[in-house]
Design a binder for this molecule. Structure first.
Ligand code: GDD
Ligand code: MG
Length: 364
């Protein structure tokens, strides 16, 4: 199934390089946002999250990206098309039923011609992909996994390795207290095409729970590339808000221009209007064509396009999807995630951590 140029890293890593981005997850932890907007299209400072990932790959010399999609793929394809606007060749491979993180790779095998990057679609990081290519070249193994040290490794894949960086164990989401290490799988791999031979076709297979453990048990040389880069999985609401805070606070440089006229640091999209008596910021990120009316307060919140925050309303620590309307003197408390098109009636107080479902998209 896979192309002819297998395991010729020296040739392939010199020039042509491919990447597969896993974008087929349903984004359940980001509901109700992901009922309409698939996770890769969730905006980061008004730009779909995936766009930044694609640009990073291009900077690293990748010219062909395969998007392993499944959930709401139409929204992704409508925005990026064939990729020419970004100077990339994009190929979409859509799973009818989710194939898992390894099954999705096996499913794109016919497009893979040599060593390739694999990226989880929800990772925000400053990782230098070119240095990772150099590292792989120097090690000459079957693949390299990017690792990050975290305080609480339990919700992630834990990866143990020897002093030479050779990986000995991969344990996905170990119960708290049983983690073998605090180095976790950061969701970026550089793999030789022959890894695909270890994945059974046509089945749901997890790379974390099945393929990596199986390869390691058979003695395959996989290497750890541990860095102390900025790193965040934005797949949960708190982390999604945190990503914006971190960029505004200067912890990660992604070329965002902070807006003046509001309490810094904040960001305001095009065509957005803020009443002079309103208070916006700090850590407010407003999309395009938003309207913040008299005496309203918006702090530490992510507001998508075409939202209205009515007179005297309060939005604090929340995420509002597109076209949400917050009525006069209503309040939205910390941890709330409000879905597309929801109308919050005037004077209503939405308690902390509430998720209000809005529009749900018909799958495309
Ligand atoms: N095509 C496809 N098909 N993609 C999928 C599927 C599938 O069946 N299932 C998940 N994905 C995509 C998701 O869209 C996401 O981009 C990526 O695979 C990882 O899935 P998540 O659901 O976000 O996994 P996680 O965050 O719980 O754990 C993963 O990421 C951690 C780092 O953030 C694992 O790889 C962990 O080992 C890792 O530490
Ligand atoms: Mg994730």
């Amino acid at each position: 199934m896979t192309g002819p140029a297998r395991n010729h890293s020296d040739v392939c890593l010199g020039g042509f390089l491919q990447a597969v981005i896993l974008v087929g997850g349903e984004g359940t932890r980001l509901r109700p946002l992901t009922y309409v907007t698939p996770k890769p299209m969730v905006p980061l400072f008004g730009v779909p999250f995936l766009e930044r990932t694609l640009l990073r790959l291009k900077e690293a010399g990748v010219d062909e990206v395969i998007l392993a999609a499944g959930y709401l793929p139409g929204a992704i394809r409508d925005h990026f098309g064939d990729g020419s606007a970004l100077g990339l060749k994009l190929t979409y491979v859509v799973e009818e039923t989710p194939l898992g993180t390894a099954g999705a790779l096996r499913n794109v095998a016919e497009h893979i011609t040599g060593p390739f990057f694999v990226l989880n679609g929800d990772v925000l990081t400053s990782l230098d992909l070119r240095q990772m290519i150099e590292f792989h070249r120097a090690k000459g193994g079957l693949g390299v996994l990017h690792l990050i040290r975290v305080d609480d490794p339990s919700p992630f894949g834990c990866v143990a390795h020897d002093a030479d960086g050779r990986i000995t164990h991969f344990v996905e989401k170990p119960p708290p207290g049983t983690e073998p290490t605090n180095e976790i799988n950061a969701g970026t791999y550089l793999l030789e095409a022959s890894v695909l031979d270890a994945i059974e076709p046509g089945k749901n297979v997890s790379i974390e729970r099945e393929t990596f453990p199986k390869l390691l048990a058979s003695g395959a040389p996989l290497y750890a590339y541990t860095t102390d880069d900025y790193w965040l999985d934005v797949g949960r609401p708190e982390q999604y808000v945190q990503a914006h805070r971190d960029v505004l606070a200067g912890k990660l440089e992604i070329g965002v221009t902070k807006t003046s006229g509001v309490i810094a640091p904040s960001f305001v999209g095009e065509g957005t209007m803020i009443a002079p008596s309103a208070v916006v910021g700090p850590y407010a990120v407003l999309g395009a064509r938003v309207r913040i009316e008299d005496n309203a307060i918006v702090r530490n919140s992510i507001v998508w396009d075409d939202v209205v925050v009515g007179t005297g309303a309060l939005v604090e620590g929340a995420i509002l999807a597109s076209r949400v309307h917050v009525g006069e003197r209503a309040s939205i408390a910390t941890g709330c995630v409000i879905g597309h098109d929801v109308e919050v009636e005037p004077g209503v107080s939405v308690p902390p951590d509430t998720r209000l479902n809005g529009t749900q998209a018909a799958p495309t």
